[in-house]
Design a protein around this ligand. Structure first.
Ligand code: UDP
Length: 233
């Protein structure tokens, strides 16, 4: 099946590169140029970015989960504003949509607005997660991919695919070329959180997992020269 519409999920950490917080601008520029090539090939692209390069579930005895998650969701908006601006700098048109009001910085998400922009070749950033605490940007990516009826989710990570165990811990770790989403869930493989994985299973949303540090990873994945893990439903 030819891929016409995708949801690209970028992890915050992968965008930070070796800096581990903030951004590595060269990495973001590289992503922007690859996305530009994909848009020129008439592929419609929605983007969800994590927030882990700024903030992740930092609860403490003094900070509760709901407030920590609000800060996390705001971190994803900072990421979307930054990345969309870099995308614009290479000639792409973008729109940042959020599920709650952020004054004049973003526009409110609606499926009609998202579809309209996608059809006009704009890259649509779905920022602010789902707008609710106790969820993740994985869940937001699953939800928006299902809503916009994407052909697949491209999951760009700081690891090059799905392994049977953590390759940083075990030399024997084996990468899967292909695996079913059911197996991912049953084996509790760390691809995305369980809520997101189950949503994708129930709604038959496949995924292509690859490393953001692979040269031309996004373009390779879209053109069939795929080196990551194909998660089937
Ligand atoms: N978050 C949330 N609801 C959502 C999406 C995100 O509360 O719908 C918060 C949550 O605190 C999470 C943080 O935003 O820890 C950053 O998102 P995530 O950890 O998914 O980013 P990633 O790990 O992919 O960089």
């Amino acid at each position: 099946m030819a891929i016409k519409r995708i949801l690209l999920k970028l992890s915050g950490e992968a965008l930070a590169g070796n800096n581990s917080t903030g951004f590595d601008e060269d990495i973001v520029l590289d992503v922007a140029n690859q996305v530009k090539q994909a848009i020129e090939q008439d592929i419609q692209i929605g983007v969800v970015i994590g927030g882990g390069n700024f903030w992740r579930g930092r609860t403490s005895n003094n900070i509760g989960r709901c407030k920590a998650d609000q800060i996390g969701m705001l971190a994803t908006i900072m990421n979307a504003i930054y990345v969309s601006e870099i995308f614009e700098s290479v000639g792409l048109e973008t729109e940042v949509l959020t599920p709650f009001e952020v004054g004049r910085f973003t526009k409110m998400y609606s499926i009609d607005r998202a579809n309209k922009h996608l059809k006009h070749k704009k890259v649509v950033f779905f920022a602010g997660g789902t707008g609710h605490p106790y969820f993740s940007t994985d869940t937001a990516a699953a939800l928006r991919a299902i809503e916009i009826n994407a052909d697949t989710i491209l999951l760009a990570k700081n690891i090059d695919g799905v392994y049977d165990c953590d390759p940083n811990e075990y030399d024997t770790a084996k990468k899967y070329d292909e695996i079913s989403l059911k197996e991912v869930i049953d084996k509790n493989l760390k691809v995305m959180d369980l809520t997101a994985a189950i949503m994708c299973l129930e709604n038959k949303m496949p995924m292509l997992v690859f490393g953001l540090n692979e040269k031309n990873g996004i373009i390779n994945t879209l053109s069939g020269d795929f080196k990551g893990t194909n998660i089937k439903v």
